[in-house]
Design a protein around this ligand. Structure first.
Ligand code: NDP
Length: 253
């Protein structure tokens, strides 16, 4: 299978690339940090004897997405699985103090970025009448928490798009699924949300959250079900986390 993963330079995307590579699948790795893409690509190709290729582009820029993805050879365009993972939270402010640059960054990446890659890759799947699109949503796509306003709205949009995409694509034998995790460590998510403030980003020290590979294994599980099974959504939280706000922070267990 050919698996295209957006945002594979760190966190959940990188762990997902490692999981699919371990299972012997060929990979299209994308992100903005070219050096990281090159290292991951050559490491995985060597370790697992798979084919890999890298595409360096910003998902917010439709013409950059188009020229990168349309530049693939016909063989690589036979994408079986698209993992729309690239995304971020930016800022943590109440709505009346929100930064417009943060809002645009989240909406452009999480919503428009996902639409951009889907718009380019889904016609290839429709043409071959097979494929699987897996969107990385969040618990924030199902519930809203203080100061989460625009990030939660962007992930609610992902939830709506997953459902809408499935309605439009199921008749072409294309599955559309999503995974909705709560806090996930071994990612750069918190550091990005707090604009590089490493102290504020220490949000996982007093409980045991999910790890990026836990989410990667779930994505692989979804992707490896037989044709008649389409998992629509997996909502997954760490055992010490009961909801976005209810977390047992009494120490790591
Ligand atoms: P990371 O910051 O570790 O990874 C984010 C990835 O997205 C990076 O590879 C980054 O690559 C890529 N990315 C970000 N912006 C762009 C862009 N404009 N163009 C292309 N690529 C981009 O965080 P996570 O692994 O945690 O995040 C992955 C997904 O998981 C996101 O959609 C996030 O919302 C979701 N999620 C995360 C949770 C968590 O607690 N960590 C919980 C629930 C959902 P590069 O910078 O190289 O472009």
């Amino acid at each position: 299978m050919i698996v295209c993963i957006t945002g594979s330079t760190s966190g959940i995307g990188k762990a997902t690339a490692q999981e699919f590579a371990k299972q012997g699948h060929d990979l299209i790795l994308t992100g903005r940090r070219k050096d990281r893409l090159s290292i991951l690509s050559s490491d995985l190709a060597k370790k697992y004897s798979i084919k890999t290729t890298t595409l360096c582009f910003d998902v917010r820029d439709y013409s950059a997405c188009e020229s990168a993805l349309n530049g693939l050879t016909d063989d690589w365009k036979k994408v079986d699985i698209l993992v729309n993972n690239a995304g971020l939270a930016s800022g943590y402010d109440p709505i009346h103090e929100g930064d417009l640059a943060d809002w645009n960054r989240m909406i452009d990446t999480n919503v428009k970025g996902l639409l951009h890659t889907t718009r380019i890759v889904s016609p290839w799947m429709v043409a071959k009448k097979s494929g699987h699109i897996i969107n990385v949503c969040s618990t924030a796509g199902h519930e809203v928490y203080p100061n989460g306003n625009v990030y939660c709205a962007s992930k609610h949009a992902v939830d709506a798009l997953t459902k809408g995409m499935r309605i439009d694509l199921h008749k072409y034998n294309i599955k559309v699924s999503q995974v909705s995790p709560a806090h996930v460590e071994e990612t750069e998510f918190a550091e990005v949300r707090f604009h590089g403030d490493k102290e504020r980003a220490k949000i996982y020290e007093d409980f045991n959250p999910l790890k990026s590979r836990d989410v990667a294994e779930i994505i692989y599980f979804m992707a490896s079900r037989p044709f008649n099974v389409n998992i629509q959504d997996i909502l997954v939280l760490g055992t010490q986390q009961a909801s976005s706000l209810i977390i047992d922070r009494s120490g790591r267990k």
